[in-house]
Each structure stands twice: as C-alpha cells, then as structure tokens.
Write a protein that binds this ligand. Structure first.
Ligand code: TRP
Length: 403
C-alpha cells in the first residue's frame, strides 16, 4: 500500500477488528497483529541491522529490549543514527500520563529503555507528565492529577536517569511561553476533520480532548525548551514510546515541516501483555492482570501461579509428549522481556518447548526474575527524595547535556 501523507484516516470497517490508539488497545482476534499495525500506521520495522548499528555506534551491548525486538518499529531512526555518526547530537523525548499511583511492569518498559539510550548516546532527555491529559480522560481533579504526576515522577527517577541530562515537567506547571507558542502554531495547522481522522473523536467528546494533541506534539521541537536548547532549533528529537502513541506523532510529523522544524524520529515498542494472555496492553482497572512495582514477593508469586496464562499441556503426560506452546505462554513471554541471559532463555525455549521443563518450573524462574526486578525498583524509589524530584523538575539549563 502506497501512503502519501503521514496521517491516515481510520481503517475501513472490516479492518476495525483491531483498534490501537492512545486510549484503546483491543483486537477482536485476541492477539494484536503488529505487522498489520506497521502497515496501517506507515512506520518501519526495526530489523537486526539497527541492532548491529547501535552496537557499533555506542560500543556497548544493545539493550535486551533491542536484542529481543521489544522495540520493533521506528520512524526515521536511521536518520538519527546517520546524524549521530556524523557527530551531530540529538535529544530524547518520552512521557507518561499519570493516571494511577502504582506503575505496573509495562509502564516501566519505555523508561528502562530510554535510560539505556540516554547512557549509550550521552544525550539530553525531556520527560513530559501529561497530568492535563489524564485529568480530562480519566476524569480526575486537577489537584489529584498533579499529585499523581509527582508520585509517578519518583518511579521514573528510580529508573536511574541522570539529573544532569534530564528535565521532567508536568504540563500544568510548564505549559506557557515558548512551549505554548508552539502549541498554537501546531493547532493552526490541524483541522478538526484531521484530528477526527487520526484520533476518532466524536461530537460527544468535550473540546478539551480535541485540543489536547498539540500539548503532546510540541516537546518534539527543541524551541519548546528555551532553557535547554536555545539557538539549537535544528536539534533532532528521538521519541521512545509504545506504539499506541504513534497517532500523536503522525500528526506532529505532518505539521513539522510546515513550521520549519525537523520531524521527530520514533522508536516504538510492543505492548507488554497482561498476565491472562496477549490481548492488548494491561488494564489498570484489573489489579490481577498485571504485576505492579508495589507488589510484595508473595503477591508476585500468587499472581504468576494463579493468573499467568500457560501454554503448557493439561496433563504431565501430554506436556512431556507435546511440549509447551510458547506462542501463547505468558511466563515465557515475560522472561523474554526481563531475563537478561540470552543463553538461559534459549535453554528454556528448548526445554520447555519440548516438554522436558514443566510449567511450574518456568513459573518459578519467572517469579525469581520479577521479584528481583521489583525489589530493585522499590529500593531505588524509596531513595528518591522530594528534593530530588524538585531538582529534576526545575526549569534550568542542563550542565552536562552532550558529554
Ligand atoms: N500520552 C502518554 C500516556 O498516556 C504520555 C506521553 C506524553 C508520552 N508524551 C509522550 C508517551 C511521549 C511517550 C512519548 O502515557
């Protein structure tokens, strides 16, 4: 399919079996068809050559999420790497909508990866907390959204970001000045019909929603941060995110050239599957569908044992005979996100897939891996003080930006 513009209208009705946008991820077939999504959205697949190239350029081993293809799609990532190879820098932009107090493992994925990118490329990073977005979509009060933004900032900081290269901001606090000027520039370029086509708004949606997309668009432009990038209007931007955020940036890339800005590049991840199986992203409303960073060791153990969908067979005899179906097995999926050791994962793939390893054994390994991850996060978060949050969120130059 040839595509002419970045923004495509909603797919034809027979294709509506799969809905992926910033507020809904669902598929009538159960499983998300990521190849189809790449086609629909018009992004590119991230193949092995990128992994090798990142390895060469950064001289450090590529992050597990790159090696395992968790980040599987991109837009113009090659251009970022070309520029970097020529000695040009770029900046990173990611964000979070603070809709709940406790984050689950899926929420950590983009931040863990962004932290690696920041360290590997030694570049500045801006993190947007869209407290305004969640206030409007989740019907939270302004005060509650702001409180959640600050709480979530602690979890984000706990991922290990370098304060000398990182600016975290909440929309309620930061929008104004040059940032707002860019929002107005973007808004003037996007018709009502266009946002309806991209986001599927209806006449019943309040106008706050319709006018929100420019807020998430403009951190892609360096001039929105005069305290960081003044005089650096051509600095390129790379956005790591889950692929449900793509509509915002399709819109952004559409308008960027008209405003004289570079189009932001993107590197996009799969959704982290729910414990019950791969039917989309985890639902914040069902606590048993996800592992939270606040879960106790016992809670992790119980959830994995009771709810993690197994591809193992129904009896030991059948399991030994047929082996596990790794395509649908959640413990194996989760391990492929978080078990660092490639050889061990390969070993499990063979043993469990052939039936020599049992469901109980792979679940036990997963419980250990997740417990360690969650414990590490909990300790790091406990060490984040209010002063540290203030330091990350202060509007200030970043002394150590590019070295
Ligand atoms: N809309 C995102 C969410 O609900 C938050 C967000 C803002 C974001 N800017 C971003 C995510 C940039 C990824 C990249 O979580």
């Amino acid at each position: 399919m040839e595509k002419k513009t970045e923004s495509k209208a909603a797919p034809e009705e027979e294709e509506q079996v799969q809905v992926v946008n910033p507020w809904e991820v669902s598929s009538a077939k159960g499983k998300i068809d990521y190849d189809k999504l790449i086609d629909q959205f018009g992004c590119q697949r991230l193949d092995q050559s990128f992994v090798d190239r990142v390895f060469r350029l950064t001289s450090r081993s590529p992050h597990i999420f790159l090696r395992r293809n968790v980040f599987f799609a991109h837009r113009d990532f090659n251009e970022i790497l070309d520029a970097y190879e020529r000695g040009e820098k770029f900046y990173l932009y990611t964000g979070r909508g603070p809709s709940s107090e406790a984050l689950h493992l899926g929420h950590l994925v983009p931040f863990m990866f962004t932290k690696y990118l920041q360290d590997a490329f030694k570049v500045p990073l801006v993190i947007q907390l869209t407290d305004d977005e969640k206030c409007m979509w989740k019907n939270l009060t302004v005060e509650e959204s702001k409180r959640l933004a600050r709480e979530n900032a602690k979890d984000i900081i706990a991922c290990g970001f370098d304060v000398s290269r990182t600016f975290i901001f909440s929309d309620f606090d930061y929008v104004g000045g040059a940032f707002y000027e860019n929002m107005v520039r973007v808004a003037k370029c996007v018709t009502y019909n266009k946002v309806v086509g991209i986001f599927g708004f209806t006449g019943e949606d309040h106008i706050g929603k319709v006018s929100f997309p420019p807020v998430q668009a403009v951190p892609s432009f360096p001039s929105s941060f005069p305290h960081l990038f003044s005089g650096n209007d051509k600095l390129r931007c790379l956005i790591p995110c889950a692929i449900d955020q793509d509509p915002y940036f399709r819109m952004t890339r559409d308008v960027a050239p008209r405003l004289g800005y570079n189009k932001p590049a993107l590197i996009e991840s799969l959704f982290f599957p729910a414990l019950q199986g791969e039917t989309g992203k985890m639902s914040a409303s069902d606590p048993n569908s996800a592992i939270y960073v606040t879960d106790s060791q016992k809670a992790i153990k119980d959830k994995v044992n009771r709810y993690a969908f197994s591809g193992g067979q129904d009896s030991i005899e059948n399991h030994r005979k047929y082996g596990a179906n790794l395509e649908v097995d959640i413990p194996f999926k989760y391990l492929s996100f978080f078990l660092e050791d490639d050889e061990e994962l390969e070993h499990i793939r063979k043993e469990y897939g052939s039936g020599r390893m049992l469901t109980g054994e792979i679940k036990k390994r997963l419980i250990d891996v997740l417990t360690e991850l969650v414990e590490r996060h909990r300790a790091a978060r406990a060490a984040v003080t209010d002063e540290m949050v203030d330091a990350f969120m202060a509007v200030r130059p970043l002394p150590n930006m590019f070295n």
